[in-house]
Design a protein around this ligand. Structure first.
Ligand SMILES: Cc1cc2nc3c(=O)[nH]c(=O)nc-3n(C[C@H](O)[C@H](O)[C@H](O)COP(=O)(O)OP(=O)(O)OC[C@H]3O[C@@H](n4cnc5c(N)ncnc54)[C@H](O)[C@@H]3O)c2cc1C
Length: 499
């Protein structure tokens, strides 16, 4: 089966005397939990990409920065790799453990240390849940803008490591645009501060470099995030279409008209029906696609823009436009979208979520391509995605128990990602590369570029002990994977003419 862990990475690591090493770890601190019995390790064998599973050597749950530093120092001295984990909701296998490595679980770092309402910032530990920050800031009329659909569970440390996005990132930016400062511990146990409380900080922008580095450069132990004032007015509409291409075109037209919605999401018919069956959000089950468009800001501006967007959508072919009458209806419409992944999980034994980004103008062409590929591979695909950002999330429905279906799914996913690269897009928008898309990195980047990534990694972690085998492929792997080359950001892709 092709979804097993790459033995070339784990197999190449030196084996330590397990019992002695665990005894050493346990002796580092009386308050630090070290799990090593097989039944205690099982719950940690995968993240949200459950097709990949590996039981780690041990799981360590530190509670203080000193404990994190001590674990990393010991690991470095013994050549034992370390994989950091937040809440384990990642969808690219980033927190997949190593058989010969420590899984460093940051769940006990779950305190909000300070909310400075005047400065509009919050200082939090990395295990704090994304949604918990906005809940804590709400009494001050503030909130934290990036809102992954997993925000009820995912941790801010994981968000930093993945540069997470969400429904409202079109207007307010990704994690990287909403954090000011992180404290990290390096593999040598050194504590570093990246960024500053102010908007600019001297020196290279290491905070931006670190954000999205998937646990390869250091372990986040504290984050300072920006908080925004809650908008004066928020309104939302749902537009139904009987043609996916028309809905895709409408997305570009809204933004082309100079209106930046707080959120602009699209769902196709399979996703609409699954979400409606599950959440009863009031979605039109006979529509080919819906657009969910939220506008926020000063009340007068929102009303004016709402009218412009409604007119524009009607001209673009919307068959029905529903404006949420009140907060309850607005939240219900969002609930359908935010629960779309689990909703799809109810209609298929397994689903595989892809995360590719494309220029918005290419939406209709790429959606047509996905439909064609889906038919050719004999697998259903539900589309639910951040349309305004051009960030696609095709969900491939499959049954892992059927022989060959997982491999067909993998092949279809690769083809879709390569189509994204071919139109000038990228193999990830927000879920990261992790273990999952490591081969597609060879499609996206040239060997020279990949060597630069290795050099950056080596500057932080010369012995490559932090999350090895994720995110950056070896050149050997790329050579084995095949010699596809990207020209000026675009991949030669003869099939493009078809769509
Ligand atoms: C239903 C569902 C919906 C989702 N929707 C979205 C969405 O809308 N937008 C989006 O961006 N993502 C989404 N995701 C993916 C996932 O929630 C995000 O990637 C999230 O940022 C992962 O956070 P986590 O705490 O679960 O991290 P984990 O899965 O535990 O880890 C993710 C990566 O971060 C590293 N890491 C974790 N903590 C630390 C730390 N303290 N220091 C250094 N490295 C660390 C890990 O090594 C790993 O590489 C969704 C997932 C699910 C299951």
């Amino acid at each position: 089966m092709s979804f097993t862990y790459d033995e070339r990475i784990d197999g190449a690591l030196p084996a330590v005397d397990r019992e002695a090493f665990i005894a050493q770890l346990t002796s580092l601190s009386p308050t630090m939990e070290v799990l090593h019995e097989r039944e205690d390790l099982r719950p940690y064998e995968c993240d949200g990409l459950s097709a990949y599973r590996t039981v780690p050597l041990c799981v360590v749950l530190p509670q203080t920065v000193d404990e994190v530093a001590a674990v990393l120092r010991l690991a470095a001295s013994r050549g034992v790799p370390v994989v950091a984990r937040g809440a384990g909701t990642g969808l690219s296998g980033g927190a997949l453990p190593l058989e010969k490595g420590i899984l460093l679980v940051m769940a006990k770092f779950n305190r909000i240390l300070e909310i400075d309402a005047d400065a509009g910032t919050a200082r939090v530990q990395p295990g704090v849940r994304n949604l918990a920050i906005s809940l804590a800031a709400a009494p001050h009329g503030l909130y934290y803008a990036p809102d992954p659909s997993s925000q009820i569970a995912c941790s801010i440390g994981g968000n930093v490591a993945e540069n997470a996005g969400g429904v409202h990132c079109l207007k307010y930016g990704l994690t990287v645009h909403n954090i000011l400062r992180v404290e990290i511990v390096t593999i040598d146990g050194e504590r570093l501060t990246l960024g500053a409380e102010s908007l600019d900080s001297p020196g290279f922008d290491l905070l931006a470099l670190f954000t999205g580095s998937e646990g390869l450069l250091g372990v986040v132990v504290e984050v300072t995030v920006k908080l925004l004032p809650k908008p004066q007015s928020t309104k939302m509409l749902m537009a139904s279409f009987d043609d996916v291409e028309a809905a895709g075109n409408a997305v570009g037209q809204i933004i082309g008209a100079g209106i930046i919605p707080g959120g602009l999401e699209m769902m196709d018919s399979l996703a609409i029906r699954a979400a409606e069956d599950f959440i009863h959000a009031g979605y039109p089950v006979d529509a080919a696609a819906i657009l969910l468009c939220e506008l926020d800001g000063a009340a007068g501006d929102v009303d004016e823009d709402m009218e412009s967007v409604s007119t524009l959508l009607s001209h673009a072919g919307a068959t029905r436009i529903l404006i949420a009458r009140d907060e309850t209806e607005r939240l219900r419409l969002w609930a359908g979208r935010k629960n779309a992944f689990p909703a799809v999980g109810r209609i298929s034994p397994d689903y595989y979520c892809i995360d590719g980004t494309i220029p918005r103008r290419e939406l209709p062409r790429v959606l047509n391509g996905i439909t064609a590929f889906s038919a050719e591979h004999g697998l259903r695909v539900a589309n639910v995605f951040h349309a305004g950002d051009g960030n696609l999330h095709p969900l491939i429905l499959f049954d892992a128990n059927r022989p060959g279906e997982l491999e067909r799914t993998e092949a279809l996913a690769a083809r879709i990602l390569e189509l994204c690269v071919a139109v000038g897009g990228s193999i990830t928008g927000e879920h990261g590369v992790g273990r999952e898309k490591i081969n597609q990195m060879c499609v996206q980047f040239s060997n020279d570029e990949i060597e630069f990534f290795h050099a950056v990694k080596a500057a932080f972690d010369p012995a490559r002990l932090l999350n090895p085998g994720k995110n950056i492929p070896t050149l050997h792997r790329c050579a084995e994977f095949g010699g596809m080359h990207v020209h000026h950001g675009k991949l030669p892709f003869p099939e493009l003419e078809r769509f």
